[in-house]
Design a protein around this ligand. Structure first.
Ligand SMILES: N[C@@H](CCC(=O)N[C@@H](CS)C(=O)NCC(=O)O)C(=O)O
Length: 217
């Protein structure tokens, strides 16, 4: 088996890579990294100096691929399956990448800011930054709700990279700052995502670790 995914089942960005692998039943060796273990953290840092996961290693092509969106693109290029995660048409491909950026930068990162702030020691928290993140989430939820008014997937009929990005953003986003009454389209979209077999599998594998998600102080 040539592919190894370095990841953790609870880690939000890792879900994007897992969904892409599961969508097309791509065989891979899972390497669960415990970042609290100095040896395992050092091994990850050796693969990718930034020290964040997911990281995909492809021995057959002698490639180390960090960054969730790049991993999804890599799989779509070199381990192509029935489900195309980047559309062939360049204009649609660009829109798909834009939606991926939207979910990562304007939903996922503010969600991460709010959740990781809870891990900071007393006196080192950043309430102003958390307020900004909450405001960003409200803006993004409203935009995403509009985008999803016709139902379907993020790009319409076809499941894509944009949906891989939407899953962890919206799942953990809704836990940190729940959707409001006005976000019915977004709530329905999250339910459709959760029912998709690749996503359901990722959620089931994360379940044993959910008690590790830091709660609101
Ligand atoms: N831009 C990166 C973000 C990856 C990321 O933030 N990963 C988190 C887990 S969800 C991580 O490795 N956190 C550990 C740390 O920052 O030490 C991607 O898309 O892969």
């Amino acid at each position: 088996m040539s592919l190894t995914l370095h990841f953790h089942p609870l880690a939000s960005f890792c879900w994007k890579a897992l969904i892409a692998l599961y969508e097309n039943d791509i065989p891979f060796r899972p390497n669960l990294v415990d970042l609290g273990n100095p040896a395992e953290r050092a091994a990850l840092l050796k693969l990718w100096g930034i020290g964040k996961f997911p990281v995909l290693r492809d021995d057959a092509r002698d490639q180390t691929v960090p960054e969730s969106s790049i991993i999804v693109e890599y799989l779509d290029s070199y381990y192509r399956g029935r489900v195309r995660l980047i559309p062939e048409d360049p204009a649609r491909a660009l829109q798909t990448r834009l939606r991926d950026r939207f979910y990562d930068l304007y939903v996922h990162l503010p969600m991460q800011k709010i959740v990781t702030d809870r891990l900071r020691p007393e006196g080192k928290r950043d309430p102003y930054g958390v307020e900004e993140a909450r405001a960003q989430l409200h803006t993004s939820y409203a935009m995403a709700d509009q985008q999803m008014k016709n139902g379907g997937w993020a790009m319409g009929e076809d499941f894509s990279l944009a949906d891989c990005a939407a899953v962890p953003s919206l799942f953990y986003g809704n836990m940190a700052v729940p959707f409001g009454e006005a976000q019915k389209n977004l709530s329905a979209y999250l339910e459709r995502l959760k029912a998709r077999p690749s996503v359901a599998r990722v959620l089931k594998e994360a379940e044993p670790y959910f008690q590790m998600v830091p709660k609101e102080p």
